[in-house]
Design a protein around this ligand. Structure first.
Ligand code: DX5
Ligand code: ZN
Length: 216
């Protein structure tokens, strides 16, 4: 499986987003956390900011929707420049209809699951999904600790679908990236581990190398 590092701009300097993107130009994806203050207690950035960033960045956008009503906003996020649209299985609305709407707008579909959500909820949709996001923290905030108890969910999806992208998000650092990679993940979100480093670009390469070291 290809390793992809997807730095989360949640931990970047929001006053200088274009400059921050320039510091991670070796990233495979750009992870953008959208929060509505309802599905999660926090509020972050939304459609106009994604639209603006799209004009200054060629790296695909991995948009993680932590919002209660994703179905209603798929068209807007697709038009704004999302390349992968990831919504939560725990959000409101019909999961299958939301997946189909993402595909209708020509984007890659992904479903995210919170740490306490049974992974079986995504299994009926695997044939349509490009990626499954297994959260390794409770969504809402950066800088939390990686939950190892979530790892069996990654193993289960990897056994069923050797070819699908499996993303981990939350508490991924130079050490925990190897645990996730051993379990079968190949897409790694990192916020504080990348933007908290003196050189975010070097941090990306270290994460990539550490994941590679345990993958066959
Ligand atoms: C949390 C977000 C994450 C967050 C990860 O709800 O989904 O993408 O930015 O931050 P770190 O890597 O600092 O745990
Ligand atoms: Zn995220």
């Amino acid at each position: 499986m290809d390793i992809k590092i997807s730095p989360s701009i949640l931990s970047s300097d929001y006053a200088n987003l274009q400059r921050e993107l320039g510091r991670i130009d070796n990233a495979d994806l750009i992870h953008i956390d959208v929060m509505d203050g309802h599905f999660v207690p926090n509020i972050t950035i939304g459609i106009p900011v994604i639209q603006a960033l799209k004009k200054v960045c060629d790296i695909p956008f991995d948009v993680h929707l932590m919002i209660s009503q994703p179905y209603d906003y798929i068209e807007a996020f697709a038009n704004a420049g999302a390349d992968i649209i990831c919504f939560h299985a725990e959000s409101e609305g019909n999961i299958g209809a939301t997946v189909d709407r993402i595909l209708f707008f020509g984007k890659k579909a992904a479903i995210a699951v919170k740490p306490d959500t049974d992974i079986d909820v995504v299994l009926p949709y695997l044939d349509k999904l490009s990626m499954v996001l297994v959260m390794t923290v409770e969504p809402g905030f950066g800088g939390q600790s990686f939950m190892e108890r979530v790892l069996p969910k990654i193993q289960k999806v990897r056994e069923i679908r050797p070819d699908i992208d499996i993303e981990v998000d939350g508490g991924v650092d130079y050490s925990t990236v190897t645990l996730a990679a051993e379990a079968g993940a190949n897409v790694f979100v990192a916020g504080s581990a990348v933007f908290g480093a003196a050189s975010p670009a070097d941090a990306i390469e270290t994460l990539r190398n550490n994941a590679q070291s345990v993958m066959s």
